[in-house]
Design a protein around this ligand. Structure first.
Ligand SMILES: CC(C)(COP(=O)(O)OP(=O)(O)OC[C@H]1O[C@@H](n2cnc3c(N)ncnc32)[C@H](O)[C@@H]1OP(=O)(O)O)[C@@H](O)C(=O)NCCC(=O)NCCS
Length: 160
């Protein structure tokens, strides 16, 4: 990161004042896919994903003291594939901050966290961002239908 770079990536701790803000982004983006949740119960579930290290962990891209993006390392994400773990999940950047490499930096931070806790292979699924993840070294694993849409499960090999 250069001295001019206003963005820094930090861990989101469960007691952070930013948890409700970041949870509200992911609820707005993906909450409709999990109809059992309210905004409040989603926020509390999101808070439980904010661990101290390893799985689970949530990271945020900060511009000064304002969060502008997030990504998570989670044990479970795709309920139809409980045998696959862990997952890169909840990758989101505020619209006005897109196209500047922030999601790429968040993905790299999650990858570093996974590698540090001994993960050699982990997973994501995406309906439409395959190109972004391929550029970051992820490989297509399988095409499946999940919650009514076509998604690609992708894998990332870490370490040697
Ligand atoms: C998908 C998403 C996370 C991407 O965030 P982002 O910060 O814009 O991603 P990046 O900047 O790292 O990469 C996006 C593009 O910017 C380009 N880019 C990367 N670094 C750049 C830089 N320094 N300057 C200009 N462009 C850059 C990338 O090449 C990429 O190109 P593309 O538009 O052809 O794909 C964001 O659009 C988003 O939040 N979407 C809604 C939620 C979502 O779909 N999440 C993914 C779920 S799988």
């Amino acid at each position: 990161m250069s001295k001019q770079d206003p963005i820094h990536i930090v861990r989101l701790s469960p007691d952070s004042d930013h948890v409700p803000t970041v949870a509200s982004w992911t609820y707005a983006e993906w909450g409709h896919l999990s109809p059992g949740y309210t905004a409040e119960s989603w926020c509390e579930a999101f808070r439980r994903e904010c661990g101290d290290a390893g799985v689970p962990s949530v990271f945020v891209a900060m511009e000064g003291d304002q969060p502008v993006g997030t990504a998570a390392l989670m044990a479970r994400d795709m309920h139809s594939r409980p045998e696959l773990t862990p997952w890169l999940a909840s990758v989101f950047v505020l619209p006005e901050w897109r196209g500047q490499g922030i999601a790429s930096r968040l993905v790299h931070r999650v990858e570093a966290e996974a590698a540090d806790c001994g993960v050699s292979l982990f997973y994501l699924f995406t309906p439409d961002q395959q190109a972004l993840y391929r550029r970051l070294g992820w490989q297509d694993h399988e095409e499946v239908r999940y919650r009514g849409e076509a998604v690609t499960v992708m894998t990332r090999q870490l370490g040697a």
